[in-house]
Design a protein around this ligand. Structure first.
Ligand SMILES: [Zn+2]
Ligand SMILES: [Zn+2]
Length: 824
């Protein structure tokens, strides 16, 4: 008699191919659950190294993998790109990496069993910012993991693009390679992958699909990727061996290796008799069709000579519904069609909506609901599956091994009432908010009557890498009805604009006439190319004549900008899109209109007048200590308001002087109070130092911004207002300091209330606040904490890996020209 477990295993192995019976899914789920429990256990007993690294270190081959999943990262809805991942136990194969991919990868419903640090291969389907805008950010983050080699697969030279960032020393520890498909297909332990060349009809030298015959990377070249798994051998069953009387000995090893054996009693045991059924090869096609011009090439290709498990269609909504495309689809043999259709509503990062709902409950003036909030909270209804078509959303998964059907069970639906109920379960919050509510409401009523420009929208408030609650640097200032001024533009800034403004986004993009980049770190400028492209598209969509963006930037940006424009765009040059003013030309502020002349070029004179035409009579940059050519900015408006923006920097006396008596100071506060030594080494400020700058500047209000992602939920201001210790005057928080969150909207008249809200924010994240407090107490009780705390030192070492020794930090800026870390 076979034991129940063998029967279950055989059932599992055979029935899963039927895929649709509920009992087989139950068994598969049960087994998956067991294996993930095992995984959790093994992870908890080791440091966070990925499995393949641990196995390599032990000199073991990770071997063939038993699980392969296809997962959608984002489907193109609201500022996301169309991106997906194939993953097995050891490796992620990422397909397309537009802006924000890295942030969405952090969503637990997206990654499921994948791990960010397993991303060893990045496949790009076409040369465009939509598919490549997040590459720099992702590669910088991957260098912080144990991964030391990334292989690109693309119809264009990816390394050439990344080389543009060489000045940022982005990849000191990572080897970047690109697989050459015109020489060979790609093969590893898990897949055999072929790139199928697709060309546009109107391409001048259409040489069909033969990669070796065509000029290397013609501009219209697009790759479809045909991924085929290796057959997976069945495993030796201990129970079947016992059933046939094979003792646990080297005989079993021989059977496992496929050898047939003879037992001492003369019986011959065939290997196949004691081996469970294996898995056949499975084919998955990732198919990009950017426009109808590619239909011919797709139809003429030999793509329909294969039979697939899944075809993923990366194409605009109009093509997915095109008759010719649909009839070609019907001619091809596949079990599933997976559509990434940008019109399908989708919550790609739930945390964005969760925190905004909770903050909106606290103050609906400063934290308005995001534009698509109401439509997303309705139950998401996917179009019915006809002709095996599944619409892929951020949580969609199709298991490839074991073979199962598409799974949308983890679809995220917004639950605003749940988010608020959770908030109200927090006793600390309830008490603090109830005590302050009446006063806050009264302040809100007064503030409403005083609303006028400027209106400040925080789009990104974290430093370095984006987290779920905080994107990286970006602040939008409404100067008046028709002119917006953008301060810094990290990767994902356009996505944040689309979340906030929804259908008005094009209108907003076309009104951003001024942008300022404080310094050459990726977390301050990684989204600028995307913003300018989307801005141009907005002008076209609205039928407006294009107006160049006036860009204040470091000198070095011009090299990066020009190369980036040349790389992606055939139509418009960098000069077609932007007017550039170098930050250093404004260190003495704008010349008075009568004095414009002398050293200034005609273009500069024209631009200075532009500032004055929107009422900005003071636009002054200040050289600050952070990296080479880093500047702070002070804006003064003819209506009487003024604003100072630090960018990233150490405390700066020059900035304090330039910003005297401003209405609002937005200052970086990367680290918590008490980490001054650390902050100084990284050329940043702590919260207390930022507050001190505001005090010495005599700023009416200080908004803290640019928090290390260790404070992603709530920055640690060292002590709560009700616990202030009079002995610690230097850390006492004044009443005119508030903290920023993504999607916070501030008018000057809102600032008194925003400062009163700080204790409410702290109570909202009370557990996080308590943990930070405990860490601070431990640090204070341990005078040589920094020397002892190896994690801190290790983390510092990683951050500094792009720099020379910390002892150089005291030298002047000119010596730190190449002394940069790519982010922060
Ligand atoms: Zn930064
Ligand atoms: Zn920086």
């Amino acid at each position: 008699m076979l034991s129940t477990s063998i029967i279950k295993t055989l059932l599992y192995r055979t029935q899963i191919r039927l895929a649709s019976s509920s009992s087989s899914i139950d068994i598969a789920d049960f087994i998956r659950g067991m294996s993930s429990a095992k995984k959790l256990k093994s992870e908890s007993s080791t440091i966070n190294k990925p499995r393949h690294v641990r196995m390599k270190e032990r000199g073991r081959d990770p071997g063939l993998t038993s699980r392969i999943n296809l997962q959608v990262i984002s489907n193109g809805y609201v500022g996301t790109c169309k991106s997906l991942i194939l993953s097995n136990d050891q490796t992620n194969y990422l397909f397309n990496c537009g802006e924000g991919t890295q942030r969405t990868l952090q969503e637990k419903n997206t990654i499921w069993e994948t791990k960010f640090s397993k991303t060893k291969h990045i496949f790009v389907t076409k040369k465009s910012w939509d598919t490549m805008g997040g590459l720099l950010g992702l590669c910088i983050s991957l260098k912080e993991t144990y991964l030391n080699e990334i292989t690109f697969h693309a119809p264009c030279d990816v390394i050439d693009l990344l080389k543009h960032w060489k000045g940022l020393e982005a990849f000191p520890n990572v080897t970047l390679e690109q697989h050459d498909y015109d020489k060979a297909e790609f093969k590893d332990d898990c897949f055999k992958i072929n790139a199928i060349a697709l060309r546009a009809n109107n391409s001048i030298s259409n040489t069909g699909n033969d990669l070796s015959q065509m000029k290397k990377f013609p501009e219209d070249l697009v790759y479809a990727y045909l991924c085929e798994t290796h057959p997976f051998p069945g495993s030796l069953s201990a129970e079947l061996c016992a059933f046939h009387g094979v003792p646990p000995s080297e005989l079993r090893s021989r059977l496992k290796n496929g050898e047939d054996i003879t037992l001492p009693d003369g019986r011959v045991i065939l290997s196949k008799d004691v081996t469970l059924p294996g898995e056949p090869p499975v084919k998955v096609l990732i198919l990009e069709c950017p426009s109808l011009n590619y239909l011919d090439s797709i139809i003429k290709s030999d793509l329909n000579s294969h039979s697939y498990h899944t075809i993923v269609h990366l194409a605009p909504h109009s093509i997915l519904n095109n008759e010719t495309y649909r009839s070609w689809m019907k001619s091809i043999k596949t079990t599933h069609h997976l559509f990434l259709d940008e019109t399908q509503k989708n919550v790609h990062i739930e945390a964005i909506y969760r925190y905004q709902t909770q903050l909106n409950y606290i103050d609906d003036g400063i934290f308005p609901l995001l534009s698509y909030h109401n439509s997303l909270k309705e139950e998401l209804k996917l179009p019915e599956s006809v002709d095996n078509i599944t619409y892929g959303l951020t949580s969609t998964r199709i298991p490839i091994r074991p073979i199962l059907g598409p799974d949308n069970s983890k679809l995220v639906v917004l639950q605003p009432q749940n988010y608020i109920d959770t908030l109200l379960e927090n006793e600390e919050f309830k008490q603090t908010f109830t005590a302050a509510k009446q006063q806050l409401q009264a302040m809100h009523e007064i503030a409403k009557t005083g609303h006028s420009y400027p209106e400040i929208i925080f789009l990104g408030t974290g430093s370095a890498c984006p987290s779920k609650p905080r994107n990286t640097s970006g602040i939008l200032i409404h100067i008046n009805d028709t002119n917006l001024f953008l301060l810094d533009c990290a990767e994902g800034t356009v996505g944040q604009i689309r979340h906030f403004y929804g259908d008005q986004s094009d209108d907003i993009l076309s009104r951003i006439h001024f942008a300022y980049i404080s310094h050459m770190h990726a977390d301050h400028l990684g989204g600028l190319y995307g913003l300018i492209q989307q801005r141009r598209r907005a002008f076209e969509n609205l039928g407006h004549k294009y107006e160049k963006l006036i860009l204040l930037c470091p000198n070095k940006y011009i090299d990066v900008g020009e190369k980036q424009w040349n790389y992606f765009s055939n139509k418009h040059s960098f000069d077609d899109d932007v007017h550039v003013i170098f930050n250093r030309t404004l260190t003495n502020g704008l010349p008075s209109l009568t004095n414009i002349g002398g050293e200034n070029t005609n273009e500069e004179k024209f631009l200075f007048q532009k500032f004055k035409s929107i009422g900005l009579h003071g636009v002054q940059t200040v050289l600050v200590e952070h990296i080479y050519d880093a500047h702070a900015l002070v804006l003064r408006h003819i209506d009487g308001w003024s604003l100072a923006f630090s960018g990233d920097c150490k405390q700066s006396n020059d900035f304090i002087q330039a910003g005297q008596n401003v209405d609002v100071l937005i200052h970086e506060a990367t680290f918590e109070t008490g980490l001054e030594v650390y902050a100084s080494q990284m050329r940043h400020c702590t919260m207390a130092q930022a507050i001190d700058v505001g005090r010495r500047m005599n700023a009416k209000y200080t908004i803290l911004w640019h928090f290390s992602q260790r404070y992603a939920k709530i920055p640690f201001l060292s002590e709560r207002k009700d616990e202030e210790d009079s002995d610690k005057k230097q850390t006492k928080r004044p009443d005119n300091v508030c903290i920023s969150f993504d999607f916070m909207r501030i008018h000057l008249s809102d600032l008194p209330r925003a400062c009163e809200l700080v204790p409410v924010f702290e109570s909202m994240f009370y557990d996080e606040w308590l943990n930070m407090k405990k860490r601070q107490t431990r640090r204070e009780q341990e005078p040589d904490y920094f020397a002892k705390n190896t994690r801190m030192i290790e983390s510092k070492r990683k951050f500094m890996s792009g720099r020379t020794s910390p002892s150089n930090s005291d030298k002047t800026q000119s010596t730190t020209k190449n002394n940069t870390s790519p982010r922060q």
